[in-house]
Design a protein around this ligand. Sequence first.
Ligand code: SF4
Length: 272
Amino acid sequence: MQSSKSQEGKLLNPLKTKKQKALEDFNNRIRDCDRCRLSLTRKHILAGEGDMDARIMLIALSPGENEDAEDRMFIGPSGQVLDKLFHEAGMEREWIYMTNLIKCTLPKCRRPKMDEIESCSKFLEDEISIIQPEIIVPLGYYATRTILTKYHADPPAARKDFKKKYGILIFSDDQKILPLPHPATLLYDPSFEHETIEKYKKLPILMQACKWYSMCPMKRFYEAGRLERKWIELYCKGIWQNCVRYEMEELDHYHFDWMLPDGSPDENLKGY
Ligand code: SF4
């Protein structure tokens, strides 16, 4: 395959160019959407923004008033909260791709209606298949419900139970998902700030695999087809700080090769 050159003379990765083109086509396609009543009250349809090659894709609910006016994501009060959460967690906006579940603003910040979510969901699905993020991070109830449903990840029946999912890494249908509280919730109730920061601190952990992975027996077992992929995705390339093996490595404590990342033994792995 031939490489192409940009106007500045830099070599472009042909695959990246293809992705860029797909994203541009997508943005053009959604621009005039009138599938639902929100098209009557919006100023802009907000496309996603950020690094299209990012491993993490954040999905918020919808643009607020400021975002609708300026055609930018997270620039209003929620954006300030997001920046604070990112700062505390050691994250940068530039490291992720961000988008919304609903691309047009919800008048007076009202709740979305079911038909509005359904009308816009197809766009989100297209966007996910273009970006192909390793980790999807839905923010708040509506985005989390949509993503857990799409990936058959056992969405709770009651809204109040979604809070229990925030900060827990899920692997379902070959997709990693980390639901987090929406930053806007802290505008209404700042008492959750500390626990929200702790949950956002899981994001930088996901940016790199466990430092022990290259020499860990779990890698060997997985590559030999003896270990389910979920262990690797949830721990070694997920929240490795939760791994009992990791903890014991750090403390230099002896542990059996056949001990799984959650600390349980798997006798079937003995001798491999
Ligand atoms: S099993 Fe634990 S220690 Fe081993 S690579 Fe995975 S996270 Fe790290």
